[in-house]
Design a protein around this ligand. Structure first.
Ligand SMILES: [Zn+2]
Length: 371
């Protein structure tokens, strides 16, 4: 077994080193001057790993350990069992893999690298799940913020940021990277977000998951959907239907809530006026029928292929070329209709997926620059 801390493969992966009930000293974190032994036990008690590290380092990072060591130090030292004279602290309820990843991240910069999504292109968010769980549980604020920012980067709550992310992913796949290395696993993301106070990423994570349901080729094999709770499975199904219904009803009446633009053309029969008075009377809007005809044609031609990704389809529609017989102001108007449809659907994602708690900032930048 390699003892190099640079190896991301956990030292716990090598079964030959772990004998039943024989504690294994972690070779990377059994430090001569350590003053606390952290003990991680497999859930079925089949194996135990010990880490001799420093209270001061744990306390420096973690509010929980700060409180434990400074407020209850004598209790811990006097009552706990010892290994080679050093008091033992059990990591109760934490998996061995999580403890291993978490403690190494506190000591070795190499283990922080996989938390940087730009440095590690694969297997997100599994690469940081253990660190997220334990940094939340033990209140390791800086480490948790670092990890949460990666989730915000993958699942932004701003529409433009999501579109930019999607373009980056497509470019990465075009350059030869595998989909598994580019697209995060939405099921694990949802599970982590639900359980570790990251509700702000849920609307777009659920949307991402509906894409895999509707078009399995997008992220086929990336996730184990048996990991979803029944309530979340229901959210996926209902949310997908609600989003599709809202999109289709808006597509069928694209100008219902819009102010008519200043059309540059006269009607072909000479009736009416240029729409410079912003009239909402269809008889005086020269380009209206041509716009509607183009829109329905564009929908019929392109939507079936992209129905699993409404936001991707709308982004393409907003950039599609307009026929020459539609005047420039009406062409711009059509694009603004599509943009406002995208935005209105985006703002409704929490409602579609029945995620209304704690999401009052959805659609707005959660971290505005200070004035
Ligand atoms: Zn016009």
């Amino acid at each position: 077994m390699s003892s190099s801390p640079t190896s991301q493969k956990s030292s716990l992966d090598d079964d030959s080193e772990i004998h039943e009930n024989t504690p294994l000293k972690c070779p990377d974190l059994w430090l001569n001057d350590g003053n606390i032994v952290i003990r991680a036990t497999h859930i079925d008690n089949s194996s135990v790993v010990l880490y001799r590290i420093h209270k001061s380092v744990l306390a420096m990072h973690s509010y929980f350990f700060r409180e434990t060591f400074y407020d209850h130090a004598s209790v811990l030292d006097n009552s706990s069992e010892r290994v080679e004279g050093t008091p033992v602290l059990d990591m109760v309820g934490d998996s061995m893999e999580d403890v291993d990843a978490f403690l190494k991240t506190l000591y070795y910069p190499e283990f922080t690298a996989p938390l940087d999504r730009s440095a590690s292109k694969s297997n997100f968010p599994a690469t940081c799940a253990g660190q997220l769980r334990l940094s939340t549980k033990y209140i390791v604020t800086k480490l948790r913020n670092l990890i949460v920012s990666q989730f915000h980067d993958e699942y932004p709550c701003i529409l433009d940021a999501w579109c930019q992310k999607e373009n980056e992913r497509k470019a990465a796949c075009d350059s030869g990277l595998t989909m598994a290395s580019v697209y995060p696993d939405p099921v694990l993301t949802i599970s982590l977000a639900m359980n570790h106070e990251m509700h702000e990423i849920l609307p777009i994570a659920f949307y991402d998951l509906t894409r895999t349901y509707n078009s399995p080729s997008i992220t086929q094999g990336l996730h184990d959907d048996t990991a979803l709770t029944m309530a979340d499975t229901r959210r996926v199904v209902r949310g997908n239907a609600a989003l599709t219904n809202a999109l289709l009803s808006a597509v069928r009446a694209p100008f219902r809530y819009q102010t008519v633009p200043a059309c540059a053309l006269l009607r072909e029969d000479g009736w009416g006026d240029r729409c410079s008075d912003a009239v909402d009377d269809p008889w005086t809007w020269a380009c209206k029928s041509r716009l509607e005809e183009w829109w329905m044609h564009h929908f019929a031609q392109t939507y079936p292929e992209q129905s699993s990704d409404p936001f991707g389809w709308l982004a393409g529609a907003a950039e599609a070329a307009m026929p020459e017989d539609i005047c420039a102001p009406c062409g711009s108007f059509m694009r603004s209709v599509i943009e406002s449809l995208r935005e209105s659907l985006w703002f409704k994602l929490p409602e579609f997926f029945d995620l209304t708690d704690d999401l009052h900032r959805w659609g707005f930048d959660p971290y505005p620059e200070p004035a």
